[in-house]
Design a protein around this ligand. Sequence first.
Ligand SMILES: Cc1cc2nc3c(=O)[nH]c(=O)nc-3n(C[C@H](O)[C@H](O)[C@H](O)COP(=O)(O)OP(=O)(O)OC[C@H]3O[C@@H](n4cnc5c(N)ncnc54)[C@H](O)[C@@H]3O)c2cc1C
Length: 431
Amino acid sequence: MEFKTYPFTAKKYAAKVPQLDNGTETKRHAVTIVGGGPVGLTVALGLANHGVPSVLIEADDSVCHGSRAICISRRSLEIIERLGAVDGFLKTGLPWAGGRSFYRDTEVLHFKMPQDDNQKLPPMVNLAQYHIEQFLLDAAERRSDLIDIRWQTRVTAVDSRVDGATLRLSTPEGDYALNSDWVVACDGGRSTIREALGLQLKGTSYEGRYVIVDIELESDRPTERLAYFDPSSNPGSTVLVHKQPDNVWRIDYQLRDGEDAEQAVKPENVIPRVQSLLDMMGERGDWAPIWITIYKANALTLESYRHDRVLFGGDAAHLVPIFGVRGANSGIDDADNLAWKLAFVVRDLASAGLLDSYSSERVFAAHENLSYGTKSTEFMAPPSFAFELMRKAVLSLAIKHDRVRTLINPRQTSAITYTASPLNATETEPG
Ligand SMILES: Cc1cc2nc3c(=O)[nH]c(=O)nc-3n(C[C@H](O)[C@H](O)[C@H](O)COP(=O)(O)OP(=O)(O)OC[C@H]3O[C@@H](n4cnc5c(N)ncnc54)[C@H](O)[C@@H]3O)c2cc1C
């Protein structure tokens, strides 16, 4: 079977080098953002909304490729709307409001997310991460007076001080150094900045692995989250199915114990599994694979997102399991929290201490997200025999007992309340 390509062509951007003096950029910047993924772009747009200029450093020459985040929550859409970028999300994205879970061939859960006529935005839209980044990038390009994007520019080293930082940058056009008052590290799960500062993510890495397959398939099936536990097409496994725009479907299936990851992603092993899933679902149309990769859940975070003048956000700060779609969505929330605070500090409207509340609020949120994500992961990819047994018990009981069904709930991402934020503290009466 022949592979197809994504129905999306990313624009490629060239590297540019600014004016230098002795290998260092002549201009010192107020804010430099490292990483032009969803989180870095959202920080740049948030700062621009407050009139604060930034330089955005991105190692690649375009938006991302392949299958990554695919669901954007209402909370993220609200943030993106404030940044003037929501139109593309609503025009291209597929809205949805619920999902179904099946145990073998029986439906055991039909969940619905809050939605009524007074809600302007849908609870969730499905769209590929390349679209997510493209729509944010389009908005950033409209703010080119305040957002200076440097493509094909990789941070290779950081010298962090109490009054700022110097970044070493490498480009195909030559290397240079850049000085900045503040650095926002949004350089993803393998963050160079995190490593350069000697910081480590803490938490749990799971063994259970999922194969992620994007396929092209024309189907008028409605958009909803579908989860199949122990399906006849792939006994002993869990399969997730999401419809995306442009006839792209995302299928995630759990590898069984002892399955070799290298073998598992070979097309000759993936294609029969997808075919038997589609047969089971009653999808009879022609289909073709587009993308195959493997995923392992991590539940990890830094314990502080502020280190002097360096602030961490998104995957550079925390890695959240994909179940519950908290990856990109929690990063967009980080960006929203950080942008206005950093803008206030840069504009001398607040002291730098305000940024400590960014760290404490979003570290708290990460722990909440990790606790939900961990529960979901234990259900979706049971890490031990005991969890496996528990899942089997819940699924078997759910066939007949309504009340057990809530235990299958995928715990979709939701806004986190900062109950312990320093910004909520009551003012102490002068003694
Ligand atoms: C296979 C896979 C499947 C996923 N599925 C889901 C899902 O279903 N749902 C969900 O919510 N999330 C999912 N995620 C997670 C989601 O993609 C991330 O949470 C999200 O991309 C985080 O955004 P970010 O901007 O923090 O980091 P990234 O998107 O990783 O962006 C980091 C950017 O920094 C750039 N960069 C890195 N190093 C440097 C450097 N040294 N110098 C300059 N630039 C640099 C990179 O090129 C990249 O553009 C998935 C991730 C993967 C890998």
